[in-house]
Write a protein that binds this ligand. Structure first.
Ligand SMILES: C[S@@+](CC[C@H](N)C(=O)[O-])C[C@H]1O[C@@H](n2cnc3c(N)ncnc32)[C@H](O)[C@@H]1O
Length: 282
């Protein structure tokens, strides 16, 4: 057995920061391994790390060096002020998607509103709406049963088990039903786009990211199906790619939506498009 003293937390933090080149990420990984808040580390620099803690930390650091997203390593990502569990089965919630939630909260009625989130993934949209508006009836759909399992877990953690979760392709699971609003952050990156081989996207599920037809195939099908599932005056709100706003507006227009508008994210990029249905289809 080695009689070298166990490294202290502060020493390991310094050493690993040099390896990862990022102090914040190192602190987050260390706090995660120790099961403590980040602030706890500052007051306990002299604490020794056990061999088990050291190897858990080494494993996470290796995965981070390989480019794995922090959210998957930590298992959580914050969205709209709440923590969502994330695994490689779901897209990591993005700050831009908060814009879709903002728009939904702003334009929809305050009570007894029925809302459908299509392609719910972690559930960040559906569960946030349900948490913000306890009187809304929220339904969420995903084609991935692995993603739905993560969403169900998040619903339980957030005390939102009342949110209805359905498995299936786009609006098939809600055949014969209508809603006041349909929101979606669907896959919209063009299949084969070089961004899919870069950064976090390499680790996220392809089903959550990419679509055929220059990234528009899922959006196109959703817009076509939506008029049979909205009440008169019902809203469709869609997040899309940075260069897809004009095409999405045209798709909504072709399907009889009115009041069509696109809204920009903080970077000034048209990121969501929405419209109201004047005349529902039978
Ligand atoms: C871009 S992710 C969005 C996840 C989550 N709503 C968010 O904003 O972080 C798209 C989601 O749509 C799901 N999806 C892809 N194709 C689908 C389809 N045809 N029907 C239903 N869900 C689909 C994927 O499994 C994935 O969870």
């Amino acid at each position: 057995m080695s009689d070298r003293p166990a490294p202290t937390l502060a020493a390991r933090l310094r050493q690993l920061t040099l390896v990862l080149g990022n102090r914040l990420e190192t602190e987050l990984l260390l706090a995660h391994v120790l099961g403590v808040e980040r602030s706890w580390l500052y007051a306990h620099g002299e604490a020794p790390l056990t061999p088990a803690q050291q190897s858990a930390l080494d494993e996470l650091a290796t995965r981070r060096l390989d480019g794995e997203p922090m959210a998957y390593l930590l298992g959580f990502r914050e969205f709209y002020g709440r923590e969502f569990r994330v695994t490689p089965a779901v897209l990591i919630p993005r700050p831009e998607t908060e814009l879709l939630v903002d728009a939904g909260l702003e334009i929809l009625g305050s009570d007894d509103t029925s809302v459908l989130d299509v392609g719910t993934g972690s559930g960040c949209i559906a569960l946030t709406l349900a948490a913000e508006r306890p009187d809304w009836q929220v339904t969420a759909v995903d084609l991935s049963s692995a993603a739905l399992a993560v969403c169900r877990d998040n619903a339980a953690r957030l005390n939102l088990a009342r949110v209805e979760l359905l498995h299936g392709d786009l609006l098939k699971p809600v055949q014969g039903r209508r809603f006041d609003a349909i929101l979606s952050n669907p896959p919209y990156v063009a299949a084969g786009d070089s961004h899919l081989d870069q950064g976090d996207l390499r680790f996220e599920p392809d089903m959550a990211l990419s679509a055929d037809d220059e990234g528009l195939s899922v959006i196109r099908r959703l817009v076509q199906q939506a008029p049979r599932h909205l009440h008169a005056g019902g809203c469709l709100l869609i997040e899309h790619g940075y260069d897809q706003a004009a095409q999405v507006r045209a798709l909504l227009d072709q399907q009889g939506f009115i009041g069509i508008e696109s809204r920009c994210d903080l970077a000034g990029i048209e990121r969501i498009t929405l419209g109201r249905l004047a005349h529902p289809r039978g």
